[in-house]
Design a protein around this ligand. Structure first.
Ligand code: ATP
Length: 511
């Protein structure tokens, strides 16, 4: 665990040192759970957005894009249920004065039991080798079955407490499990209370409730209220989707773990409108399609798992998370939700406008059902950064930090170096730089020795470095050095563009 903590600390400081992520308003000691993206961070973030947009919009003829405003009529949030029900159960520790999400405390406790099960499973797998049958082991080994039953009963009690809004039993559950505050170690808890996560502000000079505006806590509602506009202008037929990337705001109770949980963050959401009754089919389709999108980046297939929701949110009949193995354990990266016709029906009722679709095949009108995929851009950024960060031992006392980013996501694709600052080498290097940057994000560097320049590019994940030397002036060749293998090859200048474009092509991840 301590090793994982160190790894996480190293990633956070690497992110700052190399211009990926800065604390917001740092010169004023920083604003909690708000972050800014630096020169390399904004490139990486844009590339992740592009990957999502291309995969969802460009590669699906039946998905179109939208860019709706952050501010919306406050009635939107009444209709969606956010004013009344967008709450988290919170609990304070009286000794440390630290505030926690009650459900997260219980989930962390469950994860500890789960880790013990995994330990037994991996020990047995080693002992039995190829003959090991995990399913049989899990269903028969007394320690494992006892622990699994314990997990099931905790989950059932938490589910009942949430469904019945029984906050007294929620606190009793925390006490019965003997959960202690990670900071003070004490079990001196306050009662569990509900806390609404929406930020609000005031419209113009209208005082009081009347002028109250919310900062959207999700981008989805902008899609729902534009359902008819898009339908009438895009010539789409059901099933079809609307995709959007944009900021969302939540007044999170516990905002720790760097950019994992922020108060201002970005979402990439897609609402897929389907015939009533077909939602399960599409839920399964999108669950698999989204996992495939993740795995295409080759960040490690073992880093993903599905987690079905115990209690889907008030609007959903089915929901799951795609969890990722962050340095602090498996946590939600993306949600896939079957949102029924809840949102459109609610908006139809409150606005008095008919939000229906006439199905030419069925010859009837209905309110479509919706399957949503919702991923946090910042969490995706953290997943990418943390799984690509490597501290490599190169032998003979040498090491390097390398970000083994998928080339399509790398902030800089090619770095171009003149070997020295003399003999016309910079001019030649700039000539190559000026040509390559028309197609690829490139960097020109002449400071420090070549070794140092390689290390700097490794640290930001640049797939290729090109060095221009005296031989270049004679035969028009350069050395090209590949980030992961560190191998160098001499190739003709004319080939560089093709090699780099091939490696950084979107086609590599979109198929
Ligand atoms: P959590 O249980 O972690 O609070 P959630 O279930 O409330 O998340 P959703 O409402 O399903 O999250 O939002 C969709 C996605 O938006 C999440 O999968 C996550 O990637 C991202 N997200 C949600 N809240 C935050 C946040 N505070 N900071 C960064 N990303 C977030």
């Amino acid at each position: 665990m301590a090793q994982q903590d160190d790894l996480f600390k190293n990633i956070v400081s690497h992110a700052k040192e190399y211009g990926f992520v800065f604390q917001s308003s740092e010169i004023y000691d920083g604003l909690g759970a708000v972050y800014d993206y630096g020169p390399n961070g904004s490139e990486l973030k844009n590339n992740i957005k592009t990957y999502w947009w291309k995969a969802m919009v460009q590669m699906h003829e039946n998905i179109v894009g939208l860019d709706s405003a952050i501010f919306m009529d406050p009635q939107v949030w009444k209709a969606s249920g956010h004013v009344d029900a967008f709450n988290d159960p919170l609990i304070d520790n009286k000794d440390s004065k630290k505030r926690y999400r009650a459900d997260v405390l219980v989930e962390d406790h469950i994860e500890k039991i789960n880790q013990k099960i995994l330990k037994d499973v991996s020990k047995a797998a080693k002992r039995f080798g190829e003959d090991f049958n995990e399913e049989e082991f899990r269903s028969t080994h007394p320690n494992v079955t006892r622990r699994q039953e314990e997990i099931n009963s905790i989950e059932a009690r938490m589910k009942a407490a949430l469904e019945n809004e029984d906050l007294v039993d929620f606190k009793a559950l925390i006490e019965d499990l003997g959960i202690a505050c990670p900071v003070s170690g004490s079990k001196n808890w306050t009662d569990v209370r509900q806390f609404n996560l929406m930020f609000n502000t005031q419209l113009g000079n209208i005082a009081g409730e009347e002028g109250k505006l919310y900062l959207r806590p999700e981008t989805a509602q902008g899609i729902f209220v534009n359902f008819l506009n898009v339908l009438n202008t895009s010539r789409q037929r059901i099933p079809f989707g609307i995709a959007q990337i944009g900021k969302a705001f939540r007044n999170e109770i516990v905002a720790r773990q760097f950019i994992f949980r922020m108060r201002e963050f970005e979402q990439m959401e897609m609402q897929f409108f389907v015939r009533p009754g077909e939602q399960e089919k599409w839920y399964t389709y999108w669950k698999e399609a989204r996992l495939k999108w993740h795995k295409s980046l080759s960040l490690g297939d073992e880093n993903y798992r599905f987690h079905d929701h115990l209690k889907p949110a008030h609007y959903a009949d089915n929901a799951l998370d795609i969890e990722f193995k962050f340095p602090f354990g498996f946590k939600e990266l993306e949600g896939v939700h079957s949102r029924t016709d809840f949102d459109l029906t609610q908006h139809q009722e409150l606005s008095g406008k008919k939000l229906q679709y006439f199905d030419p095949e069925l010859q009837e009108s209905y309110v479509p059902y919706v399957v949503e995929t919702s991923i946090g851009l910042d969490r995706m950024f953290l997943a990418t950064l943390s799984s690509c960060y490597k501290n490599e031992d190169l032998g003979e006392g040498n090491s390097r930090v390398v970000l083994a980013l998928p080339p399509v996501l790398a902030p800089v694709k090619v770095a171009i170096f003149p070997l020295t600052k003399k003999d016309g080498l910079p001019d030649k290097a700039r000539e190559i730089f000026n040509q390559l940057r028309l197609d690829l994000n490139c960097q020109y560097e002449e400071k420090d020795n070549i070794g140092k320049r390689y290390r700097r590019q490794d640290a930001i994940g640049t797939p290729y470095c090109i060095t221009v030397d005296h031989q270049t002036l004679e035969d028009n060749t350069v050395t090209i050095r590949e980030r992961d293998s560190m191998e160098q090859e001499r190739i003709s200048i004319d080939q560089v563009r093709q090699v780099a474009l091939e490696k950084c092509s979107w086609g590599k991840v979109l198929q």
